[in-house]
Design a protein around this ligand. Structure first.
Ligand code: NAD
Length: 543
């Protein structure tokens, strides 16, 4: 039991290293890349603190070099999911009872390990397994992972400090209990930091977790799991398994002790999960918490007053960093006719300059998309666009999967603001642009608001304050993260809490106190210090 009201270290964002030629971090990372490439990893599940190997293995390969084998992970079946649930429930009582400062210490240590001794490995694993260039890996797997862990500890302390008023003779308290049962963390391929955050944010608040990462992120997820164990996460508190999504769903959502899901991934998968949970609602001990951050069709809206070069840079970085595979990536843009030629000139020049290739060559800005399924889907959309009379491809359009899953950064200009590429999340390096009449700024804002089902991120670029104010008001519900004179990507934990509404999710803001509140069920305790000894109230006395 704590014998003090402890103050946790003030969280600050992990500084991003530069990886300049000759820098120590670049040398260390290059050595780690070579080391990881030179061996084949054998990645187990982690259930109840034990490494579990099923013998049924799935091969892992760099998306930019799919003939190279990075290693194998051991597939889980339904029995492993059941074992993971049992291990979590067995660990629950002790973990929930552990004083909060010890939970804080464990996750603060995990942040130190990621920022320090594991930095090169977690970055190299992300560069090889998910085809992120060094900068994208650094801001994600090293810095954002450490940020989530440190800021969440701070938010936990702030939540615990939130207590109700007390009146004379009475002491009121709030006890921030973990949920009854276990939480399922289901993470996507595109951010190692999300894989770090989904299970740990729940565990930090005293919950026990079954964690399933995306198959295409297992390589870095396994590094995270080793970090959690070294940091002192006890056996059974976080259990890492690799079943198919539907198989896991059958076991998990059918379990009486299912207490919540922390999901990040596509909208369709989330909606099906929600439906399944709804169908099973009579079976649960309590109403499960459903937290999901999902897809986006994120926009850049330029006003005629915007600086064309600024617009072009926002487009180039916002749409093509990490091959457009960020939920926040700009995938549709609205440019006024008066500045379009200038914007086009700048952005085409930037694209010509961008090199595409493997992540191990640090001069490449663009790398491969995650897998063959994604490649084929994107190639299909690009091919369809080539056949469509309403659109013109002004950059890219080339696709080649002979060595890696490479799709050229592609810009589609469409005369149809409702074209499929303006509406649907393609999740790749494809940007659709609609050029609008300068006089139709306000109508175009309405188009931005109504064209897609998503509302994750968006940006207004303008030097006219009235236009900025109008766009901010008209697009009030069009994005959960709204940017003024910036690209629509790159949210930082502790600075821009992240999440969207409408079809983009429950907007429970990853990396914010709001999110942690979903993983607790408060108990109000009223203690009367001098309880009454007579049932009669004073008014009962006769006149
Ligand atoms: P995905 O939906 O394919 O997969 C997410 C997780 O769900 C994975 O672990 C996957 O194995 C699992 N899954 C897949 N099909 C399933 C099924 N039928 N039943 C149960 N589980 C299943 O998403 P992804 O391709 O890994 O990630 C990309 C998506 O995630 C994009 O839509 C992107 O916008 C979104 N995303 C959103 C945010 C955000 O904060 N809003 C952040 C990152 C990614």
């Amino acid at each position: 039991m704590p014998k003090g009201i402890y103050r946790v270290p003030v969280a600050i964002n992990e500084p991003v290293k530069s990886y300049l030629p000759g820098s120590p971090e670049r040398k260390e990372l290059q050595a780690m890349l070579a080391q990881l490439r030179s061996k084949e990893a054998d990645i187990p599940m982690y259930i109840g603190g034990q490494e579990v190997r099923s013998g049924t293995k799935t091969r892992l390969a760099p998306p930019h070099d799919h003939q190279h084998t990075l290693g194998y992970f051991h597939k889980s079946d339904k029995s492993h999911v059941s074992q993971a649930i049992e291990a979590a429930l067995a660990a629950k009582q002790k973990w929930a009872a552990l004083s909060w400062e010890h939970r804080a210490s464990i996750f603060l240590k995990a942040a130190e390990l990621i920022a320090g001794p594991y930095r090169a490995e977690i970055n190299a694993a992300t560069m090889l397994g998910q085809s992120k260039n060094v900068f994208q890996a650094e801001i994600d797997s090293a810095c954002e992972s450490a940020d989530f862990l440190r800021f969440n500890v701070q938010y936990m302390a702030e939540i615990y400090a939130e207590q109700p008023l007390s009146s004379p003779g009475i002491w009121n308290r709030l006890e921030w209990r973990p949920l009854e049962g276990f939480v399922y963390a289901l993470s996507p391929f595109n951010f190692t930091a999300i894989a770090a955050n989904l299970p740990t944010s729940c565990a930090l608040m005293g919950n026990v977790v079954v964690w399933k990462p995306s198959n295409t992120q297992v390589y870095a997820a396994a590094v995270l799991m080793r970090v959690f164990i070294e940091a002192g996460v006890p056996a059974g508190v976080i259990n890492l398994v690799y079943p198919s999504g539907p198989e896991a769903a059958e076991v998990i959502f059918g379990h009486r002790d299912f207490a919540g899901i922390h999901f990040t991934g596509s909208t369709e998968v989330f909606q099906n999960i929600w439906k399944t949970i709804g169908n099973n609602i009579h079976n649960y001990r309590s109403y499960p918490r459903i937290v999901g951050e999902t897809g986006g069709k994120d926009f850049i809206m330029a006003h005629a007053s915007a600086d064309p070069k600024t617009v072009a840079v926002a487009l180039a970085r916002g749409a093509f960093e990490y091959q457009g595979q960020k939920c926040s990536a700009a995938s549709r843009a609205y440019i006024p006719a008066s500045i379009w030629e200038a914007v086009k000139g700048f952005v085409l020049a930037d694209l010509q300059d961008m090199k595409m290739g493997p992540t191990e060559d640090f001069t490449n800005f663009v790398n491969a998309v995650i897998d063959e399924k994604s490649f084929d889907k994107l190639a299909g959309y690009i091919e369809a666009a080539k056949q469509c009379a309403d659109v013109e491809i002004i950059a890219g359009g080339g696709c080649d999967k002979s060595k890696g899953y490479f799709i050229e950064p592609t810009i589609i200009v469409t005369k149809d603001p409702a074209h499929v590429t303006m509406r649907e999340e393609l999740f790749g390096p494809v940007l659709a642009i609609y050029v609008y009449d300068d006089n139709r700024f306000e109508e175009t804002l309405e188009l931005v608001d109504s064209t897609s089902m998503y509302a994750l991120t968006g940006a207004i670029l303008s030097q006219d304050r009235y236009a900025i104010e109008l766009a901010t008001a008209k697009l009030s519900n069009a994005a959960g993260n709204f940017y003024i004179n910036d690209k629509c990507t790159g949210a930082v934990v502790g600075q821009q809490p992240f999440g969207g509404g409408r079809g983009s999710g429950t907007n429970d803001k990853a990396g914010a106190k709001i999110n942690l509140l979903r993983w607790v069920s408060p108990r109000t305790i009223k203690e009367t210090l001098t309880p009454p000894t007579d049932y009669r109230y004073p008014f009962l006395q006769p006149d």
